[in-house]
Write a protein that binds this ligand. Structure first.
Ligand code: AMP
Length: 551
């Protein structure tokens, strides 16, 4: 074959992959599927996908009337709820860019990203009224702030000059709206990473990347979202688009349950039971709360059978409890804001079925297999590819159509290395292609030239019945460069000594992996996405050995 001849083009329709097509499809083919939301106003709201589509069209007309143009950003400070879902579709569908903001960030950071994104409108839930009142004067790009509620909940004092009411705007608008067609590479949504250093950086998803991610993440090897499911995303819609579930659930026809602000164990359990939730998704800390509530009260799940856990390593003890005591299948997933977010999902291969239970569990504990669309590799400090032997850890790099290629407004410059995105994670990959995250690059403990995986040590510590949470950090050591020190939070009423904790590691890790010391604290510092901030622990304990004069 010569390269000179042009390819013979296929004879299929050229239809752009647009987010509005998901809503249009869902309304037409699964229009009766239910969407249930626990509102911040206190009650439970329910309607159908068809109703959602009609209100999204009204909202698109509102955006036009407010002067929001193609490509302009519209901010949201909101929980998982039906109005937020309407914004997901109306903003992106009309050609503007949905900028979901993490309300747990510091107000200064929120004001910074609203300004950086140049948000034109800012929609917010009632909960965030005080926050919006505080930052409004520092958001000059915002022409109007929209309270996502009805007139009865509008504040009387008028602290925000240009405040509008969501329900009033919708009531006055027509639901006659034709979703525009445009280039599928156009920007659809913007999400800022909660970097531990420097200012947050924006990841600008396109329509194409979002639709492809929604497709791929719904597949059986990934999240396996089906029309017969009842899906409750605990993972917030303000953080990486709730792992794409607002899109993948609608294109699958499943029932969607949105928990609002009530994320404690009891509120979640009640909603799971009343609505018949079959599948959920969230970070490990949420499951700790829910599982404790269920076990402490002698409860069981009637319909809940499957959950995806990611955002941080799923502690094996939590996975075992969910599978063995509560009959809930656990899918361990790995990803990041820069990846829309899904990269890998856990699960067994056909031949793993013959493995004994413990062998199967070892496979499930890994972060899993790349989903089609994502390629990955591990490299050493000199960018040399490392083997997939399940033992050698390396810097993890990824590529694919839903992986970032540059940050919004070119913040941070050129981020790719030879076309690959460096994730900042350290991982092993086994001969079957299963990924196991051992650390963040910046959290890796380098001791005597070897890398010690802090996640492994934390998982062992958290398997002790007295331990609620554990973080392992490298502290400076005059002889070994760094040594691991374990920072532990005990369960309420539990007692444990340093010696007992260290004895628990015996026989479980190589000798040089043994933590040199254990420090007990009341709580671990966490950031806006609930991840433990090891940099703050290092600041606190970093000089430990030098100060203690230990060699
Ligand atoms: P974010 O962009 O805030 O979602 O954070 C992404 C980072 O969270 C990844 O780069 C990992 O360091 C971490 N992460 C996500 N999922 C997992 C997982 N299953 N196990 C370990 N770390 C994870």
């Amino acid at each position: 074959m010569t390269n000179a001849a042009p390819p013979l083009m296929g004879g299929m329709m050229d239809q752009p992959l647009l987010i509005s097509s998901i809503l249009r499809f869902a309304a037409r083919h699964y229009g009766g599927s239910e969407i249930v939301s626990r509102r911040v106003e206190g009650d439970v709201h329910r309607y159908t996908v068809r109703d959602c589509a009609a209100r999204a069209r009204r909202l698109a007309n509102v955006l036009g009337a407010q002067g929001v143009a193609m490509g302009e950003r519209v901010g949201t400070l909101a929980w998982n709820g039906y109005r937020h879902l309407e914004l997901y579709y109306a903003v992106s569908g009309s050609g503007a860019v949905l900028h979901t903001i993490n309300p747990r960030l510091h107000p200064d950071q929120i004001a910074y990203i609203v300004d950086h994104a140049q948000d034109q409108l800012l929609f917010f839930d009632l909960t965030f009224l005080p926050l919006v009142e505080a930052i409004a004067p520092r958001c000059p790009s915002v022409k109007a702030f929209v309270l996502m509620s009805d007139r009865a909940h509008l504040p009387a004092d008028g602290k925000i000059a240009n405040l509008l009411c969501y329900e009033d705007l919708l009531a006055a608008a027509s639901d006659d709206y034709a979703w525009p067609e445009f280039d599928e590479h156009a920007a659809a949504a913007l999400c800022y990473t909660s970097g531990t250093t420097g200012n947050p950086k924006g990841v600008l998803y396109s329509h194409r990347s979002t639709v492809l991610h929604a497709y791929a993440s719904a597949m059986p090897n990934a999240l396996n979202v089906a029309a017969a499911d009842v899906v409750l995303p605990v993972v917030p819609m303000f953080h990486v688009n709730a792992w794409g579930l607002p899109y993948s659930v609608l294109l699958s026809g499943a029932k969607l349950v949105l928990p609002g602000a009530a994320l404690d164990g009891k509120s979640l359990y009640d909603l799971f039971e009343v609505e018949g939730v079959t599948f959920s998704a969230g970070v490990p800390t949420v499951w700790l709360g829910l599982v404790n509530h269920v076990l402490q009260n002698g409860l069981a799940f009637s319909t809940f059978r499957r959950t995806v856990i990611g955002g941080a390593a799923c502690p094996p003890a939590l996975m075992d409890t969910l599978i063995d005591r509560l009959d809930v299948k656990v899918i361990h997933a790995w990803g990041m804001t820069e990846m829309s977010p899904l990269g890998t999902t856990g699960g067994l291969l056909a031949r793993h079925r013959d493995l004994p239970e413990a062998g199967q569990r070892a496979v499930l504990r890994k972060q899993g297999h790349a989903i089609f669309g994502v390629d990955m590799k591990i490299v050493d400090d000199d960018s040399k590819q490392l083997p997939w032997d399940g033992r050698t850890p390396g810097h993890l790099l990824v590529k694919g159509p839903w992986v970032v290629s540059r940050y919004f407004r070119d913040e941070g410059g050129d981020v790719l290395q030879d076309g690959w995105f460096p994730t900042g994670d350290v991982a092993t990959i086994d001969p079957d292609g299963f990924l196991q995250i051992t650390d963040r690059s910046k959290d890796v403990i380098k001791s005597g030239g070897e890398w010690i995986g802090s996640i492994d040590l934390e998982n062992i510590a958290m398997a002790h019945p007295a331990v609620l949470q554990a973080a392992c950090i490298g502290v400076r050591h005059p002889k070994w460069d760094e040594r691991p020190v374990l920072v532990v939070v005990l369960r309420p009423e539990a007692r444990l000594t340093r010696a007992e904790m260290l004895r628990f590691f015996e026989g479980k890790v190589a000798k040089f992996w043994m933590p040199d010391d254990v420090v007990f604290v009341d709580a671990l510092p966490t950031g806006a996405t609930g991840k433990v901030q090891k940099n703050r622990l290092r600041e606190r304990f970093g000089d430990y050995f030098v100060l203690n004069g230990a060699v």
